[in-house]
Write a protein that binds this ligand. Structure first.
Ligand code: ZN
Ligand code: ZN
Length: 361
């Protein structure tokens, strides 16, 4: 990334932070949180603290970094090294990324490209470019299908929390991550003091990872009297699903049980849920790889992940693009581009520039 591009990106992000500081969601107990940021072209700065919202916003505007983070944990002394911070608890968090959900669309938009000659092809990525021997990278795109799948899995997490864990719906805040998925923050104090092990159990539960084998479940269901009680939790989910379809299902009961699990599990990233010292992108701030904002989601059903988080200006910018596949943002399609000069709205140009696949002209 050359210095003209860094200057352009910082300016574009600054303009957003200047105009939209109201939409940044700073926690009420700000003094007990750890903050961090990544400047454009630099490394992560962590262990920052702020006395109040105003002080935080001034720093965000001044730095206008590529990413801004805040801990889900509260600490006695958030500025100290991790072992000395004095951990006081952390909200339960779930992360759902379209990349982790198996969907057929991936073959259409995920590919590898050569960093040197910019030739590209479908995955898997060869270790070296077969044309020029240059280094290769993976490119993961998105589309309505995989973003829709991520949304579906976010809805499933909400269902698990409200139905199986008795969390009241207004304590679950859902956010679009600004890139390919959703973050769910659970503001139910019952979870705050859970350790990593207990959080791993919760993640396993929603992933359907700790269930008995489908064969075992099927043999239990075989002995179930018709119209018997559905049970609770996963038992209820599986029994209800099987009851509805068993009469007309062409396959074995064991297969139907597997389907009952895969249609209801939520593929959350367990490593995120179990990490009690992590810093998360702050809601209302911009994603460093897309220029879209981490946006609060009111109605999950109605949320348009390719429009709602687009907050940068549409001012045209001239850039030289090395390589970029066809993509959709704000309801418009752009590309594909290869070794060409183009003029794009700022919000679209930023996607290319932040990934290092072009420079401002
Ligand atoms: Zn090459
Ligand atoms: Zn897709």
């Amino acid at each position: 990334m050359n210095s003209a591009t860094v200057t352009f990106l910082r300016h574009a992000y600054k303009e957003y932070y200047f105009r939209s500081s109201d939409s940044i969601e700073v926690p009420d107990d700000i003094q007990s949180r750890e903050f961090g940021y990544i400047p454009f072209g630099g490394g992560m700065v962590r262990h920052l603290t702020f006395k109040n919202r105003g002080e935080a916003l001034v720093e965000f505007l001044k730095q206008s970094p590529s990413s801004i983070y805040c801990s889900n944990a509260r600490y006695e002394s958030p500025a100290l090294p991790i072992e000395e911070k004095g951990w006081l608890g952390a909200e339960l968090i779930f992360d759902i990324d379209a990349t982790d959900i198996p969907t057929h669309c991936k073959r259409g938009h995920d590919l590898w490209y050569c960093e040197q000659c910019h030739s590209s092809a479908k995955l898997p990525k060869p270790p070296k470019c077969p044309k020029c021997g240059g280094p290769t990278s993976e490119f993961h795109g998105t589309c309505d299908v995989c973003l829709g799948a991520a949304k579906e899995h976010a809805q499933r997490v909400v269902a698990f929390l409200t139905e199986d864990f008795a969390v009241s719906r207004e304590l679950v805040r859902v956010y679009f991550s600004g890139n390919r998925g959703y973050h769910l923050h659970v503001f139910d104090g019952r979870f705050d003091l859970l350790d990593q092990q207990a959080r791993a159990e919760v993640a396993d539960y929603v992933r359907g990872a700790s269930l008995p084998l489908s064969q075992t479940l099927a043999s239990t269901l075989r002995r179930r009297p018709t119209g018997g009680p559905l049970g609770e939790g996963w038992t209820r989910r599986i029994t209800g699903y099987v009851d509805e379809r068993r009469q007309t299902y062409p396959g074995t009961l064991q297969k139907l049980v597997s389907e009952a699990v895969s249609h209801q599990h939520a593929l959350v990233d367990s490593s995120v849920t179990t990490d009690v010292h992590r810093v998360f992108r702050l809601s209302g701030t911009l994603h460093g790889n897309t220029g879209m904002c981490k946006a609060g989601v009111g109605s999950i059903d109605d949320f348009d992940a390719q429009k709602a988080p687009v907050v940068l200006s549409s001012k045209p910018v001239a850039l030289k693009v090395d390589f970029y596949p066809r993509f959709k943002i704000n309801g418009e399609e752009f590309g594909p581009f290869k070794a060409e000069s183009v003029e794009l709205p700022t919000y679209a140009a930023v996607q290319i520039l932040t990934r290092g696949l072009g420079e401002v002209a």
